[in-house]
Write a protein that binds this ligand. Structure first.
Ligand code: TXA
Ligand code: MG
Length: 348
């Protein structure tokens, strides 16, 4: 299949490009589009056969459900059976934006979308292209991140192009995504609201509005409530080690690990904070990628997936990543880094 990459204005999207995207979606095809978090791979959420194409294009396991994106509340109402008071609060405070709500689904939502679960995950993105495209299509749009399964989520049109070229008819490219990590997935279907995946809206922000909020920590051997959390996501091709500890110790240990890597003839990449960059430069790593200042987690979040992807593209055999402090957006960042590193986390 020939893939067209159309550059679209991210602030005032060109109406004819939105129309072109809408035409493909209405015809049951896939369109990749930007959201404020990451790029989505969209399909008509009401049609089994369209959604099935998402799983095929991504190589995604069938038991991992999809987030449905809406552009207005009336559209959301058709998909959700019961709006709990907590859900209403979330809508008022955080929509449109990087918060996905898990709520009981209506019969209109096909089982392929929820992977057979009784609840649907639903989100109203704030990106003008995403909102405009959904509105123009007039349909709810099922969209996972537009990466190949097992790759870091795409935060630029180039990332999508690399993963989806030849697999879908259209990519709407509006450049870089502002948030850079995926939405927070919050179960507000009843009881205490529970974060199933940390993301763009922080625990602290949710607590201010909702009071008590739980964080789902999947029990070993038990399926997590957000099925996607069980997969080793965001995994780079090289071996990755995440280093946690005081700044001085981490910098010293990075030096040792770079030497060890080089003595085994490995190409070594470092993902670090701005504060560490100058001391790490002299280690002569094969790639030194500055994620951003440790005091500006928004910056780190928006650069994170670009850094991981670059390590793959440049063929790093060993990737050493400096951790940042948990809390706020730091929690979502560390969640993604830990997943990318698998079990290889050094506390020093
Ligand atoms: O920011 C985002 O959320 C991006 C953009 C495109 O909106 N989308 C995204 O989708 O990250 P995806 O498919 O890569 O991740 C969706 C996550 C998975 O962990 C999935 O298991 C969970 O949400 N999820 C989806 N539907 C669910 C449901 N009905 N119940 C529980 N978890 C669900
Ligand atoms: Mg994903």
């Amino acid at each position: 299949m020939q893939t067209k990459r159309s550059y679209i204005n991210g602030v005032n999207p060109e109406p004819q490009l939105l129309k072109e995207g809408a035409k493909w979606l209405q015809a049951g095809e896939l369109v990749a589009f930007p959201t404020e978090t990451v790029y989505g791979l969209g399909a008509n959420a009401l049609e089994d056969s369209s959604c099935a194409k998402i799983f095929a294009a991504k190589g995604r396991p069938q038991d991992n459900p999809l987030i449905v994106h809406v552009s207005n509340r009336a559209m959301a109402n058709k998909l959700v059976e019961v709006w709990t008071p907590q859900a209403e609060l979330c809508v008022r405070h955080f929509w449109p934006g990087p918060l996905t709500l898990v709520l009981p689904k209506t019969a209109l939502v096909p089982n392929v979308v929820t992977a057979g679960l009784p609840n649907v995950a639903i989100r109203m993105p704030s990106h003008p292209v995403a909102l405009g495209l959904i509105e123009e299509t007039g349909l709810p749009i099922a969209a996972p991140s537009a990466n190949l399964s097992g790759k870091p989520s795409p935060t630029s049109g180039s990332h999508v192009w690399r993963d989806m070229k030849g697999k879908i008819p259209l990519i709407l490219d509006a450049g870089a995504c502002s948030v850079g990590v995926e939405s927070t997935v919050l179960d507000v279907s009843g009881g205490v609201p529970t974060i199933l995946r940390p993301g763009g809206i922080t625990l602290e922000q949710l607590e201010l509005v909702l009071g008590e909020v739980r964080v789902d920590s999947p029990i070993e051997g038990q399926a997590p409530k957000a099925p996607g959390m069980k997969y080793r996501h965001y995994a780079p091709q090289g071996e990755m080690i995440l280093l946690m500890g005081s700044h001085e110790r981490v910098v010293r240990r990075l030096g040792q690990e770079v030497q060890r890597g080089h003595s085994r003839l490995k190409k070594v990449g470092i993902l670090c904070t701005l504060e560490s960059a100058s001391s790490l430069h002299s280690l002569l790593p094969d790639l030194l990628f500055v994620l951003g200042s440790k005091d500006r987690p928004e910056e780190v979040a928006s650069n994170l997936f670009e850094g991981l992807r670059l390590c793959d593209e440049r063929g790093m055999d060993l990737i050493l990543a400096e951790g940042i402090e948990e809390g706020g957006l730091g929690t979502a960042i560390m969640n993604r880094l830990q997943k990318a590193a698998g079990q290889r986390i050094l506390y020093i």
